[in-house]
Design a protein around this ligand. Structure first.
Ligand SMILES: NC(=O)c1ccc[n+]([C@@H]2O[C@H](COP(=O)([O-])OP(=O)(O)OC[C@H]3O[C@@H](n4cnc5c(N)ncnc54)[C@H](OP(=O)(O)O)[C@@H]3O)[C@@H](O)[C@H]2O)c1
Length: 326
C-alpha cells in the first residue's frame, strides 16, 4: 500500500510517497482503509521535528482519519470488517491503510460523510474542551477567537455560538473573516489592518472580552490579553505564529485574569468520561445542524505533502483533507 513517509525530520518538501507493506493490527487494534485524512497544524510541526511528539523515524504523518474497517485484532469486540469509522491515530493517516487503537475509534455517525468525519474530532473536541472545561464560557459572555478561520478557530466560533456566547472572530484577511461571518461570528477584527486590543475594546464598549481563544501566539497574545475584562480567561491553545509569547504577569493580576493552558490530547487520558460526554455533545450538535465542519479543499495522497505545506504557510481556510483511496 502507498503511504506518505517522513524519513528524516526536516523540510516538508522532503516527504516522499512509498509502497510499504500493509500494517498488521495488534490485539486491540483495527486495520482501516483510509477514505479521508484531515490535515492539522501539528502534522506540519511533527514532520519538521518541532512538535512535542517526535515519532521514531521513518513514520507516516496524519493524525485523524475516517474509513472502512478491513480487519480487527483478536480482542476487539465492538467493530468488525466493513464498519464505517472515525479514528484518532496520532500518525499514520496519510496512507491507503492505517492502524487505529479500538479505544480511539468511533462509528461514523449516521448522515456524516467520510470527509466531515475526518475533519470533526480533533478540532471540535479541542475547542469544546477548551471553551467548556477550561474556559467555563457562559451564555451571554463575549468570546474572542484568534486565527478564527483556521481548523480549531472555525470550531471555536461554532461552539461558542452553540454555547450562547457573542463571538468576535479575529484573523489576518477580510477573505478569512468572511468565512468566519458565514459560520456565525457576530463581529470581526482584521488584525493585519486593525489594532487588536483597541478594536476588541471598541466592540465591547470598553468592558473587554470574557474569554480569548488563542491558537496563534506570537504578537497577538499580549494585545488580546490586555483586552480581557475583569475575571477574563485567556485559553492557550497553540503557537501557529511560531513564537511562544512571554507575558508580563501584572496583566493577570490587574483584572484577576486567568491564563489557562489547554492540551486536549492528554486531557482525554485524565478525564475519559468528560471526553466521551463532549463527543456525545458534538454528535448531538451535528445531528441538529448546529455545527458543520468546513472542508475547503481536497488533495490526493500524491499531493499530501502540498497539503501539509499549505497549512504551514497560513493558506488554509477551515479544514483540508487528503483522500488516499480516490
Ligand atoms: N492545545 C491543544 O490541545 C491543541 C489541539 C489542536 C491544535 N492545537 C494547536 O492549535 C494551533 C492551530 O491549529 P489548526 O490545526 O487550527 O491550524 P490552522 O488551521 O493552520 O490555523 C492556525 C491559524 O493561525 C494563524 N497564523 C498566524 N500566524 C501564522 C503563521 N506564521 N503560520 C501559520 N498560521 C498562522 C492563521 O490565521 P491568520 O492568517 O488569520 O492569522 C491560521 O489560520 C496549532 O498551533 C496547533 O498545534 C492545539
Amino acid at each position: 500500500m502507498k503511504a506518505l513517509i517522513c524519513e528524516a525530520y526536516g523540510p516538508i518538501d522532503n516527504l516522499v510517497i512509498k509502497d510499504i507493506p500493509s500494517p498488521v493490527p495488534g490485539a486491540r487494534q483495527l486495520l482501516i482503509e483510509v477514505r479521508a485524512a484531515a490535515v492539522n497544524f501539528p502534522d506540519a510541526l511533527m514532520v519538521q521535528g518541532l512538535y512535542q511528539v517526535k515519532p521514531p523515524l521513518p513514520f507516516t504523518p496524519g493524525a485523524e482519519i475516517s474509513g472502512i474497517v478491513k480487519a480487527v485484532g483478536a480482542e476487539v469486540k465492538h467493530f468488525k470488517a466493513g464498519d464505517r469509522v472515525i479514528a484518532i491515530v496520532g500518525q499514520g493517516g496519510f496512507a491507503e491503510e492505517c492502524l487505529a487503537d479500538a479505544a480511539k475509534t468511533m462509528s461514523l455517525p449516521a448522515g456524516m460523510d467520510f470527509e466531515t468525519g475526518a475533519a470533526l474530532v480533533l478540532t471540535y473536541c479541542t475547542s469544546l474542551h477548551a471553551l467548556r472545561d477550561c474556559g467555563h464560557l457562559q451564555a451571554g459572555e463575549t468570546l474572542v477567537v484568534l486565527g478564527a478561520a483556521g481548523g480549531v478557530g472555525i470550531a471555536a466560533i461554532e461552539i461558542g455560538k452553540a454555547m450562547g456566547a457573542r463571538v468576535i472572530a479575529a484573523a489576518s484577511s477580510d477573505d478569512k473573516l468572511e468565512l468566519c461571518k458565514r459560520v456565525g461570528a457576530d463581529d470581526t477584527v482584521n488584525y493585519s489592518t486593525e489594532n487588536l486590543k483597541d478594536r476588541i475594546n471598541e466592540l465591547t464598549a470598553g468592558k473587554g472580552a470574557d474569554v480569548v481563544y488563542d491558537p496563534v501566539g506570537g504578537p497577538y497574545t499580549e494585545p488580546a490579553l490586555r483586552a480581557l475584562a475583569w475575571h477574563g480567561r485567556l485559553l492557550v491553545i497553540g503557537f501557529a505564529a511560531g513564537d511562544i509569547p512571554k507575558i508580563p504577569l501584572n496583566l493577570a493580576l490587574l483584572k484577576e485574569r486567568s491564563i489557562v493552558g489547554v492540551y486536549w490530547g492528554d486531557s482525554t487520558k485524565h478525564d475519559p468520561a468528560g471526553h466521551l460526554a463532549n463527543l456525545h455533545q458534538l454528535h448531538a450538535w451535528f445531528a441538529a445542524g448546529t455545527i458543520r465542519p468546513v472542508v475547503s479543499e481536497h488533495f490526493s495522497l500524491a499531493a499530501a505533502a502540498d497539503a501539509i505545506a499549505k497549512i504551514a504557510n497560513r493558506q488554509v481556510k477551515g479544514k483540508i483533507v487528503v483522500l488516499p483511496n480516490t
